[in-house]
Design a binder for this molecule. Structure first.
Ligand SMILES: [Zn+2]
Length: 207
């Protein structure tokens, strides 16, 4: 190797050392605390929905990944979860979470309710974590095949900032459109898709 080539290679190595040429910017992780019974079918649905979202975020080159999923050491009372779901407590507009949620230390909290409330999801706001409340899963519609994983994915979509759409073939379809969780019913495991507009919105926010 002649002197000039060896010198040039040395410069490239030094530049690579100072400014890594192929290293992407760091990906942030949003930890998820799941509060509820240890043995609960919704925990598998959560794992699958988190995998779905991480595939979507990776395909968008987003600098965000969901997880790890961590254990939460408490049960959040159903009457409190119902009042949040009913919109009686002003948490959805960035208000603080009730003290029952304090010191959980996760970026997102998923509460497994034993009540037949309406599942909800809301993004982190004002320094408080994102929140998902899931209705009981031992009765319809969450007990129907393929529904729970899509409901979790839908609510995590709200945590990521997506609003409702009105197309019943899409994951984020919801009120005021007449889309209800039972529409996710399927004998084959599949996630309902995002629209291109939703993907663009996520890319703008998290890239
Ligand atoms: Zn929704």
């Amino acid at each position: 190797m002649n002197h000039c080539l060896r010198w040039a290679l040395g410069v490239v190595v030094v530049i690579e050392f100072i400014v890594p040429l192929h290293t992407a910017a760091a990906v942030r992780n949003w930890s998820i605390a799941v509060c509820g019974p240890a043995s609960d079918s919704r925990r598998l649905a959560i794992t699958e929905a988190v995998e779905f979202w991480n595939d979507e975020l990776a395909a968008l080159n987003a600098k965000l990944s969901l997880g790890p999923i961590v254990e939460c050491d408490r049960m959040i009372p159903d009457d409190l979860l119902r009042r949040i779901s009913d919109g009686v407590l002003n948490v959805g507009r960035g208000g603080p979470l009730p003290r029952e949620f304090e010191k959980l230390g996760a970026d997102v909290i998923i509460a497994l309710s034993g009540a037949d409330l309406i599942s909800v999801g809301m993004p982190p706001a004002g320094g408080r974590p994102g929140l998902v409340i899931l209705r009981r899963a031992d009765m319809e519609p969450l007990s129907l095949p393929n529904v729970a994983r899509n409901v979790v994915a839908h609510e995590l979509g709200h945590v990521l900032g997506l609003p409702h759409s009105s197309d019943p073939t899409q994951l984020m379809c919801g009120r005021p459109a007449p889309c209800r969780p039972a529409l996710f019913r399927s004998q084959t495991k599949s996630f309902f898709p995002l629209t291109e507009a939703e993907r663009k919105s996520l890319a703008r926010r998290f890239r």
